[in-house]
Design a protein around this ligand. Structure first.
Ligand code: GDP
Length: 298
């Protein structure tokens, strides 16, 4: 009995699996660098970021013979270096209630992430309230109620199809009256009509500011790792229609290794607050750049 074979990472695929104790060495030349670059591009890292990683790898080492393990380590370290500045937990400001607006396309994992966050903050002794701001999707509201029960956190809802901004206004009032530490607000993720969604989010932000001009304190964009390069577009769109302050990437427990996060870190520099690693309530982890990079490179 041995351990189950790990998913091959990027370099695993390129180099094959060398017999134990055999030290395979490769020259870090143009040809090698080009292969590495291609690998990074196929891993959703984008051309610019892939070039940056390989250029950094080559610096001071071009033409040298390195073992596969050394090349792996080098690549992982360069990726981690890009990710380190953006690895930051969700900032908590002294002002309460802290208002966290959660945005993202439907299916990205907003509801699940809100449930997980509520549970974590509650476990840390915070008083949390959830507002089910996607009033058009009955299923989303029901899901949030289930998560609220699991986390032991109240979920404020409104009649289906009613104005999300008015629910959020009430939720702000209630969170303030109850002395809540944190208000998590779910929002709609219908990108089909971008203009409508932009208006809806803008209206939500306006009513939030009526109650607290410093809020929302965070606008969290939830991205699904399995959508690959699509995530870049989603960041662009949501930056246009809202004031994205940070990211959560979900579904990193599956086959998707989230290479696009490196491109996002490189391109946008938005903080990555957490990653989703499963469907259970505890499956939200802090973002660890080195662990992420090691898993990506494999
Ligand atoms: P929403 O439409 O953005 O609110 O997305 P949901 O929270 O409903 O999530 C959509 C689907 O993705 C659900 O089946 C979730 O269980 C699943 N999901 C969310 N986060 C994760 C994660 O980190 N890992 C896995 N494996 N599944 C997730």
């Amino acid at each position: 009995a041995g351990e189950p074979a790990a998913k091959p990472g990027l370099l695993g695929r390129l180099m094959g699996r060398a017999a134990p104790k055999t030290v395979v060495r490769r020259v870090l030349d143009d040809d090698m660098l080009e292969q590495l670059e291609e690998l990074l591009i196929t891993a959703d890292m984008g051309v610019d970021t892939a070039l940056r990683v390989t250029a950094n790898m080559a610096e001071g080492r071009f033409g040298k013979k390195l073992s596969v393990a050394e090349i792996k380590q080098l690549m992982a370290d360069e990726i981690a270096r890009i990710m380190e500045p953006v690895a930051r937990p969700l900032p908590l400001y002294p002002k309460t209630p802290q208002v966290v607006l959660v945005v993202g396309v439907n299916g990205s994992g907003k509801t699940t992430t809100i449930g997980k966050l509520a549970s974590q903050f509650r476990a840390a002794g915070k008083k949390v309230v959830i507002a089910a701001g996607d009033t058009f999707r009955a299923a989303a509201v029901e899901q949030l109620q289930v998560w609220g029960e699991r986390a032991g956190v109240p979920v404020l809802t409104a009649a289906q199809g009613s104005d999300p901004a008015s629910l959020v206004f009430d939720a702000m009032g209630q969170a303030q009256a109850d002395g809540a530490d944190l208000l998590l607000i779910d929002t709609a993720g219908r990108l089909q009509n971008r203009g409508d969604l932009m208006e809806e989010l803008a209206k939500i932000v306006r009513v939030i500011r009526k109650k607290d001009e410093t809020a929302p304190h965070n606008t969290l964009l939830v991205l699904d790792a399995t959508t690959g390069q699509n995530a870049i577009n989603q960041v662009k769109v949501f930056q246009e229609i809202s004031d994205v302050s940070g990211l959560v990437m979900t579904k990193l427990d599956g086959t998707a290794k989230g290479g696009v996060l490196v491109a996002l870190a490189d391109k946008f520099g938005l903080p990555i607050h957490a990653i989703g690693v499963g469907e259970q309530i505890d499956d939200l982890s802090p973002f660890d750049p080195q662990e992420f990079a090691d898993a990506l490179v494999g």
